[in-house]
Design a protein around this ligand. Structure first.
Ligand code: C2E
Ligand code: MG
Ligand code: MG
Ligand code: MG
Length: 292
């Protein structure tokens, strides 16, 4: 009796696994089809220099405009394809679309640097740099220094020497690099020493809790200090309130991004939003807030 139960259970398990594999395969096929059908969109989230009171850039964040489900966020479909070449197709689409948008904004005199997130698998491909050059050449009016790439620490774990070379090649073109979600990985320090990053992007989980959690405050402060000693730029993400901004400015980080400034928005809303945002007086005034 026990044996049969055991076998049945094994059988059920296999069927389950089979089902999971099939579902995963179907979902991947679905995402690939969405890319080909032109269902991807880029939303943009502004980056603010609090001290200057100026918007300095936009992070491009991919969305899936699903015919039935509406706007779907990247965490719901990128993980499905991150180990397949679909992530490369998405990455190349995102680069082209961001450059196209940059070209359009430039024709209106908007001088925002656009940041694009690059997946590890895409970034590590041997043809990443030649392909990037080809794409840049399609947008001759956009100088490469207006493009910034955001990579995760995990992008570099497998082969740091290779990643370092890719970064140097891109930087030779004028492109800059931000290390995204900085502080969440387990080798942030050795990473810094070996990779030619331009900017550290403090992870939002630390920023969000820094006013209530001393450890997070120390972490934020330490990353800002690291950036300063290495001569790098630093930006904080996940800034949801003026108090966050005030604390960051006091710690020496003037650049911020987060729902407190603006949520990611479709490109048609960007220019009107910036016009309305004006001189960002509130954020400049944050520097005068009393210590918390
Ligand atoms: P990320 O690059 O760290 O982007 C920040 C994420 O935090 C975005 O979520 C943004 O909407 C969200 N966020 C920004 N400010 C706040 C805030 O104040 N509070 C909170 N709670 N959240 C905030 P999103 O757009 O869902 O993107 C999630 C992640 O997906 C990104 O994290 C990035 O790793 C990845 N991703 C997005 N677009 C792309 C892309 O085009 N290519 C690749 N490879 N990855 C992408
Ligand atoms: Mg990012
Ligand atoms: Mg991040
Ligand atoms: Mg993230």
């Amino acid at each position: 009796q026990a044996k049969i139960t055991g076998r049945n259970r094994a059988h059920f398990f296999d069927a389950d696994l089979d089902e999971q594999v099939r579902t995963h395969h179907n979902r991947r096929t679905e995402v690939r089809a969405a890319v080909r059908a032109g269902e991807l969109r880029l939303y943009y989230q502004p980056k603010l220099d609090m001290r200057k009171g100026r918007i300095i850039g936009m992070e491009a964040l991919v969305r899936w405009a699903h015919p039935e489900r509406g706007i779907v966020g990247p965490m719901e479909f990128l993980p499905i394809v991150e180990h397949s070449d679909v992530i490369v197709d998405i990455g190349e689409w995102v680069l082209r679309e961001a450059l196209r948008q940059l070209q359009q904004w430039r024709s209106y005199d908007a001088e925002w640097v656009v940041s694009v997130n690059i997946a590890a698998r895409h970034f590590q491909r041997p043809d990443f740099v030649p392909k990037l050059k080809t794409i840049l050449a399609e947008y001759p009016d956009v100088p490469a220094h207006m493009l910034e790439l955001e990579i995760l620490e995990s992008s570099a774990l497998s082969d740091m020497a290779h990643v370092r070379n890719i970064m140097l090649d891109c930087q030779a073109l004028g492109i800059s690099f931000a290390l995204d979600d900085f502080g969440t990985g387990y080798s942030s320090m050795s990473y810094l020493k070996r990779l030619p990053a331009d900017v550290l992007k403090i992870d939002q989980s630390f920023v969000r809790n820094m006013l209530v959690d001393r450890d997070d405050l120390h972490l934020v402060s330490a990353v800002i200090g690291l950036a300063r000693s290495f001569g790098l730029g630093v930006i904080a993400e996940g800034v949801e309130t003026i108090e966050h901004g005030a604390m960051l400015m006091r710690l020496g980080c003037d650049l911020v991004q987060g729902y407190g400034i603006a949520r990611p928005m479709p490109p048609s809303e960007v220019q009107p939003w910036v016009d309305n945002f004006g001189s960002a007086d509130v954020w400049q005034a944050a520097a005068q807030l009393p210590p918390i």
